[in-house]
Design a protein around this ligand. Structure first.
Ligand SMILES: [Fe+2]
Ligand SMILES: [Fe+2]
Length: 282
């Protein structure tokens, strides 16, 4: 039997089945009391349920090609975690749109159409490579969420902090599962690395587009779309010295190295401190 899983032995991908009461938070600008920053996260949440369904489908498609029992079991837990994230963010999105008058059919409809279109145009292996790329992006964002500069450091509180850090921690636990499946099924294939890297460029472009379309809808409904101050602070939040995109950039671009693997970044200390925080709340 060949080794196919390269997730460290001491990482266990756990099903936690968390439930969150979010209605009180979602009715207001819950992130730093700021419309742009709040819309950034809310628009990201809109992409999750449909995105995570397609992650599950694309990985499951190859499950029977995997022989390493460790990776087989990680696939099962990966699908379990993403399934629960999907459920919680579905509820999040329904509550958000109800509380704030956003149009969920419009927001999700365009993502659903895009996924449907890519399902017809892309091969199974291309779909898997897009999943691997998006899993890299979520792992990078998770690192920031659980890290030092963090968003969770006094800016988010209560149930929102619980939801976003829980999702981040689980993304970090399973960050190499889709990657290991892709690497195993494309071993010795000449297109493997090229496809992996070009899928990240493509996935980044479409994800940012989806987030901005969502944000524009939200800010327009909030009557903040033409507020210059909100946009200047928003751009600062993304690209400034401690900005979201700027601080995530070094980890993001590691993906373009030839021998890249998600666990080359040892993020276990972040997971450990999140776990410790969980235990102290119980
Ligand atoms: Fe997820
Ligand atoms: Fe994930």
């Amino acid at each position: 039997m060949k080794q196919e899983s390269y997730t460290p032995e001491d990482i266990s991908i756990q099903l936690r089945n968390k439930k969150h009461e979010l209605a009180d938070c979602l009715g207001r600008d819950w992130y730093d009391n700021h419309p742009f920053k709040t819309a950034w996260f809310n628009a990201m949440s809109i992409t999750f349920p449909l995105g995570e369904k397609s992650f599950i489908d694309s990985v499951r498609h190859y499950a029977d090609k995997i022989t390493d029992p460790k990776l087989q079991s990680e696939i099962k837990h990966f699908c379990g975690q993403e399934g629960i994230h999907r459920r919680e963010h579905e509820l999040y999105n329904i509550t958000l749109c109800k509380e704030r008058g956003y149009d969920l059919n419009y927001l999700e409809g365009r993502i659903a159409r895009k996924i449907k279109e890519s399902d017809t145009k892309l091969s199974s292996i291309q779909r898997l490579s897009v999943t691997v790329a998006l899993e890299h992006i979520t792992a990078v964002l998770a690192e920031r969420m659980l890290g030092d500069q963090v968003d969770a450091n006094g800016v988010i509180e209560g149930p929102m902090k619980e939801l976003w850090t829980w999702h981040a921690a689980e993304e970090m636990e399973h960050k190499a599962v889709a990657f290991d499946v892709y690497r195993s099924v494309t071993q010795n294939k000449s297109y493997s690395e090229k496809m992996r890297k070009s899928s990240l460029r493509l996935a980044t472009f479409f994800l940012i587009q989806d987030i901005f379309v969502g944000m524009i809808h939200m800010l327009r409904r909030d009557k903040k779309l033409w507020n210059i101050k909100v946009w200047i602070e928003g751009v600062q939040f993304l690209l400034g010295r401690n900005g979201y995109i700027r601080t995530s950039w070094p980890a993001y671009k590691e993906y373009f190295k030839d021998d890249f693997h998600p666990w080359q970044r040892d993020t276990r200390p972040l997971l450990e401190s999140w776990e410790a925080g969980q235990l102290s709340h119980e």
